[in-house]
Design a protein around this ligand. Structure first.
Ligand code: SPD
Length: 428
């Protein structure tokens, strides 16, 4: 929060100092989702390419919905933002995006075209049947939703089913991502596993299922889960897991990579699994919102993010996997410590490569995952359900603590006030 305020102040200062808006690039990205040292490098690279000055003003968000509301309702003039697939779909449906135009970028530095992954291109083709998302978005990172677990307390069999989040054995030690869609979809997949096996529904159907019946079923399930929830977290789950404060975290694969590595350094053993019943895979991409005021610099920024060495640095810093299809990116991740997996769906020909399987999921994991879709106006039903589930999480003790805190603050204010009056009277 403090950081956001400072950045907002920097942005305001730049404008009030008379900095031309064409020399400012406002980037709005997920927190912990970039190697921030690439930002000043972008400024230098932009100057070298165009001869123009640019200052990046970088701000972050924790969940898609915060970012969306700033643009949809606040009309904020971010030049480039990084929503997930279903939010890109929504922004397209609501006319909130400007089509990308890379024609002005010289061919030899057009990293977008040079490194486009056919696999990711196919995923973006799938986002919106009417408007091709590839014309409006460039994929940044992608991954799956699954379970990070402490291997000393949880077996892979226990973690290999979504039922684990209501397993009484782990009550009070479960962290859930505060991302309604990314929790709703796996729970619905779990609840509909019989129908999935029978073939009466498909994963794709479930990703679009906003029916009252399904919402009620997921709500009932989550209400069973909530008493065992240690925290609904936007971005602190991965750290809690490294400190051994939670034993299970419903989380994204990139946070898992980061947490597994950090935890190993302090002797905590974590692993990550995409439960057997299936899950969602997701892809976040750079887009230029319609209220952007520096489209040129935004276009160059997106291009720069696709430069393979920059993509590798962002991966190494965050734990997330780049959507970049350059072989250089794959080569940077080869590590004989891992068993070979089939990655030919992403890098053609790479059917047996030793890479971290949490970072790049094996083909058989991907085959049990599907992409989320926008629900349009039904999103409000989901958000209402989510706050009903979380809101009821406050125990009687929470209310007592809040009451005592308010009473203490009020008491201190009354006491200070009467002291001031006494001093005032004395001085007269
Ligand atoms: N800390 C950065 C997290 C970004 C992950 N995006 C995943 C979105 C899934 N819908």
């Amino acid at each position: 929060m403090k950081r956001l305020l400072i950045l907002a102040a920097v942005a305001a200062a730049l404008v009030s100092c008379g900095t031309n808006r064409s020399e400012v690039l406002k980037v709005y990205n997920w927190s912990d989702y970039i190697d921030e040292s690439v930002l000043p490098e972008f400024e230098e690279w932009y100057k070298a390419q165009t001869g123009e000055d640019i200052k990046v003003v970088y701000q972050t968000f924790d969940v898609n919905e915060t970012m969306l509301s700033k643009i949809e309702k606040g009309h904020e003039d971010y030049d480039v933002v990084c929503p997930s697939d279903y939010i890109i779909e929504r922004m397209l449906n609501n006319g909130l995006l400007i089509p990308l135009d890379f024609a002005s970028i010289p061919d030899e530095i057009n990293y977008i075209e040079l490194n486009k992954s056919p696999y990711i291109k196919g995923i973006f083709d799938e986002i919106n049947p009417d408007i091709n998302a590839n014309d409006y978005a460039v994929a940044y990172m992608w991954g799956t939703t699954g379970i990070i677990y402490n291997t000393e307390k949880v077996t892979p069999e226990e973690a290999g089913t979504w039922d684990i989040i209501r397993n009484p054995k782990f009550s009070g030690q479960i962290l859930i991502k505060d991302a309604p869609r990314d929790v709703y979809c796996p729970v619905l997949i779990y609840l509909k596993q019989k129908e999935l096996k029978q073939g009466t529904v498909t994963m794709q159907d479930l990703m679009k299922d906003s029916s009252d019946e399904s919402l009620a079923a997921v709500e009932a399930y989550l209400k069973e889960v909530k008493d065992g929830v240690l925290g609904w977290e936007a971005d602190f789950g991965k750290e809690q897991m490294t400190k051994g404060r939670g034993v299970i975290s419903l989380n994204w694969s990139g946070d898992a990579v980061w947490a597994i590595e950090e935890a190993a350094e302090v002797g905590v053993s974590l692993d990550y699994i995409v439960p057997e019943e299936g899950s969602n895979f997701w892809c976040d991409g750079w887009v230029i919102p319609k209220y952007a005021r520096n489209v040129k610099a935004a276009t160059y920024f997106i291009d720069f993010m696709c430069r393979p060495d920059i993509a590798i640095r962002n991966m190494d810093e965050t734990g997330y996997v780049s959507a970049n299809g350059a072989m250089e990116v794959l080569e940077s991740q080869i590590d004989e410590e891992y068993d070979p997996i089939d990655l030919s769906y992403f890098f053609p020909g790479a059917d047996s490569v030793c890479v971290n399987p949490v970072l790049y999921p094996d083909r058989n994991v991907i085959e049990r995952c599907a992409l989320e879709h926008d629900w349009g106006a039904d999103t409000d039903k989901l958000l209402a359900m989510w706050s009903r589930v979380k809101g009821e999480n406050a125990s009687g003790m929470t209310y007592v603590v809040i009451f005592l805190a308010v009473a203490a603050i009020a008491g201190a204010a009354i006491y200070n006030n009467s002291r001031k009056k006494r001093r005032h009277r004395k001085n007269r």
